[in-house]
Unconditional design. Structure first.
Length: 266
């Protein structure tokens, strides 16, 4: 009776080669900084802080963040889009545009008056059937302990500012005026007696119509940008479209300069 000989043993590996077992945990490495576990339950916040290296080594002294879904703007409707995001899209940008036109606030979607934005906000709350929100016009004090404390307590802001090419705050005299929804705040270190003792210690979390990503900006920089909205863009003035400006212009008391909306009741 014949028998099949056993197969030969596998060749010996060279001395400089070792066999290792790769575990699942070694393959699935986290795509964020380990120090950002404080934001792990809010992926969008974690991603924004990781990109900007904000509190990526240790948790912030204080922070507050309310998530809103992004809405992209079409045309010069940044203010309408920011307001629509605030009511979770229950009043759409198109609906707000129709209302703003009927009220004489806008021609193409532009909103160059904080006073008119307050009135439009009230109509948006009614349309969205939310009766718990309160909207007030604020003049000055965007970078102040009072505003920071109100953000920490859950307030949300609608802020006009000058937008740079990457949409972050800049100083262009109002020529690139844009609107942002401020939906959170981060105080990095213990500020001591005053939140505004260090301009580099306070950041705000923002959404706007030209990006689907959450932005992280210095609140001090945003306040400086808000305070420099003096005049309408000469380039837009010559583009052939009709824009509605408030009495006294953008820089006047009926305009945008050094003004913003604070919304509470969430």
């Amino acid at each position: 009776m014949c028998s099949i000989p056993p197969p030969p043993p596998p060749p010996k590996l060279p001395d400089n080669i070792t066999s290792t077992k790769v575990t699942k945990s070694e393959v699935s490495k986290p795509n964020y900084d380990p120090g950002l576990t404080w934001a792990a339950t809010q992926p969008e916040l974690m991603e924004a802080c990781s990109k900007n290296r904000i509190c990526w080594e240790r948790p912030p002294f204080k922070y507050k963040y309310k998530e809103f879904a992004s809405i992209s703007q079409i045309g010069p409707t940044c203010g309408l889009v920011a307001l629509s995001m605030l009511v979770d899209g229950e009043a759409s940008p198109d609906e707000l545009l129709s209302i703003a036109k009927l009220e004489g606030f806008t021609s193409n979607g532009e909103m160059f008056s904080c006073k008119q934005m307050v009135k439009l906000s009230e109509k948006a709350f009614s349309l969205a059937e939310v009766d718990n929100l309160r909207c007030n016009l604020k003049r000055g004090g965007l970078f102040s302990s009072e505003t920071i404390e109100r953000l920490i307590n859950g307030a949300v802001l609608l802020v006009p500012y000058d937008a740079d090419c990457n949409h972050s705050p800049c100083l262009r005299n109002g020529h690139t005026a844009h609107w942002a929804l401020v939906c959170g705040v981060i105080v990095i270190n213990d500020p001591g007696e005053h939140y505004i003792s260090d301009p580099k210690n306070v950041y705000v979390l923002c959404k706007h119509g030209k990006s689907k990503y959450l932005a992280v900006w210095s609140l001090y920089d945003l306040a400086q940008s808000n305070n420099n909205l003096f005049e309408f863009s000469p380039k837009k003035e010559a583009d052939g479209l009709v824009y509605i400006l408030p009495e006294g212009g953008m820089g006047g008391e009926n305009g945008l300069r050094d003004q913003y909306l604070i919304v509470e009741g969430f």
